[in-house]
Design a protein around this ligand. Structure first.
Ligand code: GLN
Length: 542
């Protein structure tokens, strides 16, 4: 039978519960256990697919095409496993399935209530994952903060599970904030005490407290938390701010968090194998030179909106021994041709995006990258703008566009596929998840991947219009990867450019710290070469 670790959060949100859960996952996996992670989001949306990036950050797409919370991206990057729709659940989905059962009459005339019907549905989703995948440990993160109205059914469900499964099989980990007051030099434990009191009011006594703070806490603060929250001293774990999230598992390991977890759950004392991870963190720390990459998007500065893209760039930069100096470029600023800001840029990336705002700016930026031979990587809409630019300025197709941005364009080089045309519901109706892509021999793309068939994850409605493929190719655009039937252009490149590659899919979802994605790795290494050539690199970072 699987063991369960429930991770809740207290005091404020954004404490890094997802990273905490991922780090525990990594540590247990490093000791040879089969582990998976699960996230429960208390909001009522069915999934984050329809939510604004300002509210929710990136939508992470799983292999099976679920649009999920960005924490699933951390889970995959830390435990290096592909997750699925069974790893993310929302209040919306839970009510949807309970209501469907009610309409089918499955509750036999009973009154349908939060307890037990909603809580049973939650419990069933928690335990189903382990039975499906024969796991040793399931780490289950409850979104939101303890005390939120929306979170109550989830706390009630995980409280009941300790009764259902037995105390030795369930562990509660609470992540809280311990503010440091610089003027008095004190770590304040009161918010943590209140948060634990709130958790106890829901019937849950935490076994482990992860205390988030800006600095390392003195022993006295940890002892105080231990005493007031009734948690053993060694179970109060210090989680200071760090430069890189990938250091956190090591910080936890140093404090023997993994040993504590396996002791409490009665798991075998296998040794931890963390050498590859340690190497990565070491390499990450020792980077000196930096490389400047422009990220051209609509949500400048909003790191969460491009989480996986930034992580993928970082993994590739670490492999190249470079620090990533990310320059945010607001695409709508480039509606006028002013490129002074691009002078010392080593590579340009246009990530995914929806809607017309900033599109003409992106098209101008692509033209600048193509004509000035600056390494360019386009992702999803980044491919679409590259094709539009090429059609307009190389093929001479005036006003070529995507029908997403101009329905009346004379040259719809990007268009909806017939199967997308009659879809009116917004949620979950895009081309989603993993599809095969056949790479053309003797292309750079094929060389980068080193194999013929690759599987990559998609999230879009529009495609390169097959009616224009011939004209684009005749003018020199190489379709270096396509769908098995040859109809859909999945990846394009320009052969006479140092690096100009754009994909219809999202390679960022497959990048892992120890396995940077080949497209990102080659983009960064070409950007490095470009920097060396233009003599602008090698500025040692302070
Ligand atoms: N808006 C484009 C489409 O739907 C691209 C989407 C994306 O970049 N993820 O096809």
């Amino acid at each position: 039978m699987a063991k369960y670790i429930f991770v809740t959060g207290g005091v404020v949100s954004s404490l890094g519960k997802g990273i905490t859960a991922s780090s525990i996952g990594l540590l247990l996996k490093s000791r040879g256990f089969r582990v998976s992670l699960q996230k429960f989001d208390p909001y009522i949306n069915v999934d984050p697919g329809t939510m604004n990036p300002y509210q929710h950050g990136e939508v992470f797409v799983t292999q099976d095409g679920a649009e999920t919370d960005l924490d699933l991206g951390h889970y995959e990057r830390f435990i290096d496993e592909n997750l699925s729709r069974h790893n993310n659940h929302t209040t919306g989905q839970i009510y949807e399935s309970v209501l469907e059962k009610e309409r089918k009459g499955l509750f036999l005339g009973g009154t349908v209530q939060v307890v037990p019907h909603i809580t049973n549905e939650i419990k069933q989703r928690i335990t189903k994952l382990a039975s499906k995948e024969s796991l040793d440990v399931v780490i289950c993160e409850i979104g939101g903060t303890v005390g939120d109205i929306e979170g109550q059914p989830f706390l009630e469900a995980i409280r009941q599970l300790r009764l259902d499964l037995g105390p030795g099989n369930v562990l509660y980990v609470h992540v809280t904030l311990v503010p440091y007051i610089a003027t008095s030099g004190e770590f304040k434990t009161k918010p943590t005490q209140h948060s634990v009191r709130e958790l106890r009011a829901a019937g849950i006594q935490p076994d482990i407290i992860i205390a988030r703070s800006t600095e390392r806490m003195p022993r006295a603060a940890r002892e105080k938390i231990s005493l007031f929250c009734s948690v053993e001293k060694e179970a109060v774990i210090d989680a200071p701010d760090v430069e890189s999230i990938y250091e956190i598992p090591l910080i936890f390991h140093e404090q023997e968090l993994d040993r504590l977890v396996i002791a409490k759950l009665g798991l075998a004392e296998n040794p931890a194998e963390l050498s590859a991870w340690r190497d990565y963190v070491e390499r990450e720390r020792n980077r000196r030179e930096s490389i400047r990459i422009a990220l051209v998007g609509k949500y400048t500065g909003l790191k969460d909106a491009y989480k996986s893209v930034i992580e993928a760039l970082n993994h590739a930069a670490v492999a190249e021994g470079m620090r990533l100096d990310l320059v945010w470029v607001e695409s709508s600023d480039y509606d006028e041709d002013k490129f002074e800001g691009f002078k010392d840029i080593d590579g340009i990336l246009v990530p995914g995006g929806f809607g017309i705002r900033g599109i003409e700016g992106k098209i101008r930026v692509v033209r600048y990258a193509r004509e000035n031979r600056i390494p360019y990587l386009g992702l999803c809409v980044g491919l679409q703008v590259a094709v539009i630019e090429f059609a307009r300025n190389v093929c001479g197709l005036e006003d070529a566009n995507s029908t997403e941005f101009n329905k009346k364009t004379p040259h719809p080089v990007i268009d909806l596929m017939p199967e997308q045309k009659n879809i009116y519901r917004k949620g979950g109706t895009m081309r989603l998840g993993s599809y095969p892509c056949i790479l053309k021999p003797e292309t750079r793309t094929r060389e980068y991947y080193g194999k013929e068939v690759v599987f990559e994850r998609h999230r879009h409605r529009y495609e390169v219009n097959p009616a224009y493929l011939e004209r684009l190719q005749d003018a020199g655009l190489v379709i270096s990867g396509s769908s098995p039937d040859g109809l859909l252009a999945e990846i394009v490149e320009l052969p006479d450019h140092p690096f100009f590659v754009a994909s219809q899919f999202h390679p960022e979802f497959l990048s892992r710290p120890l396995r940077p994605h080949p497209l990102f790795a080659n983009f960064i290494s070409k950007a490095h070469e470009y920097a060396a050539r233009s003599g602008l690199a090698d500025s040692p970072s302070k």
